[in-house]
Write a protein that binds this ligand. Structure first.
Ligand SMILES: Nc1ncnc2c1ncn2[C@@H]1O[C@H](COP(=O)(O)OP(=O)(O)OP(=O)(O)O)[C@@H](O)[C@H]1O
Ligand SMILES: [Mg+2]
Length: 594
């Protein structure tokens, strides 16, 4: 699946009726504007046909007969068709573009809505950059199909058929002479189409590489500068940049040949018309006006044909884009609400893991036979080496993933039987890496919930965040920039405590909440923690054993299993894993002290 999404071009076929049908469904709500635009395009094509014919009339019926008044009349008519063409084209472009914008709006809303429903595990396997491309570039490509592809192709075809019809009706021999160039034209177009498609694909691939490289190295700028990778990065970027430029050059080559070649062919066609038609005029079989009209028609003939090959490219890239979009939309959310969720009006906050085993990837067990319970209002701590599976336990409780064996319950109800929204609204998760959104301090505490200003402030005061918030320019309305780049880690931590407290959850989960702040802040945090934990069920993960000495039970994890459990004192007396961990830290502290 991921490999499929990675590839930039899924569809080698240009045309896939299944995809196209599904795409056309997006036009559904806009039948009227699409139809209007369609009619206007046909009208436009008709007006296009009128010009040369009016020229013929002007020359044959009026100029050659010295009929000035008639000439003025025809010229006036010509002027009217031009004005009309202007108005029609304006209306058509406007309506179609507007519709295209609305379709993009619908599509983006749908894709983003779907992305939000996907379970957390999906994002482990699908890079953010590609998902962003789905919502931006791919939707654009589809839009282009609607605005300059599907609808206008009909206009082009109509113009072509119309011109051919009029030419044949006016003088079929001369018409056939004009069409003699067509086979050559098809050869050139086919060559162009193949070459351009190939080089476009290459350009797109290079663009994706540039984006990925930039994203990685701009977000990682501190590391880049710290490890002085600038020169190496510059070289790497130059290589990618050169690849991109080369690919572009190749595609430019095709264009540079194609359009002049078309011009040349068009000129050859006109030369043929003049050569053959001129002879016919001399022999009296053709009027001058008809000859002039033929030249004009033939000029108008090539434009839509060369446009068609361009539209072929649009169609192709829209097909590839829509296939990728639909693949994303068809990915079923793995974590869904049950059909009839168990109602849990009053959450007391009893959390239990019953013989839970879990693997992110089938067969690679990360958790084995995890069995514990936390009574409402009690606290538990998880300790253990890195990679032991502590965070994974939390991800199961919040139902970011589902267990393979056993069950996780809240108040005795399997979390899979609860509406995820209900479940998550009774939990609050405080992570070490605090994620802040753009907005204000207050909006980051509220996170969209209806929480009064007083409550926000009370929460901030209770966890000692009020002091630093007050000092910010604007206080609670101070803007949070770039995911909180201007706040310290400790400040962000306090902010996330305030966030948790303001939401007043029954169950509070802390993941390594206290591992990266100075002693003073740590004391603030410890104090804030006491406030936070009061009266709630708490699950605390901490690397610093000093912070969890007061919890009701400590679970010591080792390689996905619970190896020891008990209170701080009892575990120390046991002289096992916990004791060794404690000793290690204790020694560290002693070393630090000296
Ligand atoms: N999204 C994931 N996909 C696959 N494997 C994962 C994923 N997240 C974690 N793991 C693996 O699961 C194991 C347990 O990871 P987990 O994050 O639960 O450890 P932890 O005890 O929280 O460690 P730490 O103390 O470093 O935070 C590790 O071996 C890790 O490589
Ligand atoms: Mg962890």
């Amino acid at each position: 699946m991921s490999a499929e999404l990675e590839s930039d071009d899924l569809t080698e076929k240009t045309y896939d009726s299944r995809l196209l049908r599904r795409l056309l469904r997006y036009l559904g709500p806009y039948k009227a504007p699409v139809a209007a635009s369609f009619v206007l395009i046909l009208f436009m094509a008709g007006l296009d046909l009128a010009g040369p014919y009016l020229t013929k009339i002007a020359i044959d019926d009026h100029i050659s007969k010295g009929d000035t008044r008639g000439l003025v009349r025809v010229a006036g008519l010509y002027g009217v068709t031009l004005l009309l063409a202007f108005a029609v084209r304006f209306g058509q472009v406007f309506i179609l573009q507007l519709t295209g914008q609305k379709i993009m709006l619908d599509m983006r809303r749908q894709i983003f809505g779907h992305i939000q429903k996907l379970h957390v595990g999906y994002f482990d396997k699908h890079p953010v950059g590609r998902l962003i491309t789905r919502v931006t570039g791919d939707v654009d490509a589809v839009n282009e199909l609607f605005t300059s592809g599907v609808v206008t192709v009909f206009g082009d075809l109509f113009t072509l058929l119309g011109i051919m019809g009029v030419m044949l009706a006016m003088n079929w021999r001369l018409a056939l002479v004009t069409f003699a160039v067509l086979p050559l034209f098809f050869i050139v177009t086919d060559w162009f189409r193949r070459g351009a498609r190939q080089s476009f694909r290459e350009v797109r691939r290079w663009v994706a590489k540039i984006n990925a490289f930039l994203q990685e190295n701009i977000t990682g700028m501190p590391v880049v500068q710290l490890f002085r990778r600038e020169a190496r990065n510059q070289a790497a970027f130059s290589a990618i940049n050169r690849g991109h430029a080369d690919a572009n050059m190749r595609s430019i080559f095709f264009y540079a040949v194609f359009y002049p070649a078309i011009d040349l062919l068009a000129a050859v066609a006109i030369a043929l018309i003049l050569l053959y038609g001129g002879g016919r005029v001399l022999s009296g079989a053709l009027t001058i006006g008809a000859l002039v009209a033929f030249v004009q028609y033939s000029e108008r003939f090539w434009r839509p044909i060369s446009d068609l090959s361009e539209k072929f490219n649009i169609l192709q890239s829209a097909m590839a884009s829509s296939e990728r979009i639909f693949l994303l939309l068809d990915t079923p959310p793995e974590i869904v609400a049950p059909v009839s969720p168990t109602a849990l009006p009053d959450v007391r906050g009893r959390v239990a893991f019953e013989n839970v085993s879990f693997a992110y990837n089938p067969g690679e067990w990360v958790l084995r036979d995890i069995d514990f319970a936390v009574e409402p209002g009690r606290s538990i701590a998880l300790v253990g080496a890195t990679g032991a599976g502590k965070t994974s336990i939390i991800s199961l409780l919040t139902r970011f993933y589902d267990v393979q064996q056993g069950r996780v319950t809240l108040d005795g109800v399997d979390v899979r039987a609860l509406d995820p929204e209900r479940l998550r609204s009774s939990l609050a998760l405080v992570l070490q890496d605090v994620h802040l959104f753009s907005g204000t301090i207050a909006s980051n505490i509220r996170l969209g919930s209806a929480i009064s200003d007083e409550k926000v402030r009370a929460a901030a005061e209770a966890v000692h965040a009020h002091r630093f918030i007050q000092k910010l320019p604007g206080g609670y309305d101070a803007e949070v920039k770039e995911r909180g780049a201007t706040l310290s880690t400790g400040q962000k931590q306090l902010l996330s405590f305030a966030r948790a407290l303001a939401h007043d959850p029954r169950v509070l989960i802390l993941d390594e909440a206290t591992s990266s702040v100075d002693t003073e802040t740590e004391q603030l945090i410890q104090d804030a923690l006491r406030v936070l934990l009061k009266g709630r069920t708490a699950i605390v993960i901490a690397h610093r054993l000093s912070t969890i000495q007061n919890v009701d039970e400590i679970l010591v994890m080792h390689k996905g299993r619970i190896r020891e459990r008990g209170t701080h004192a009892a575990l120390l007396a046991e002289r096992g894993l916990y004791w060794r961990l404690y000793l290690l830290q204790y020694k560290d502290q002693e070393l630090l002290a000296t």
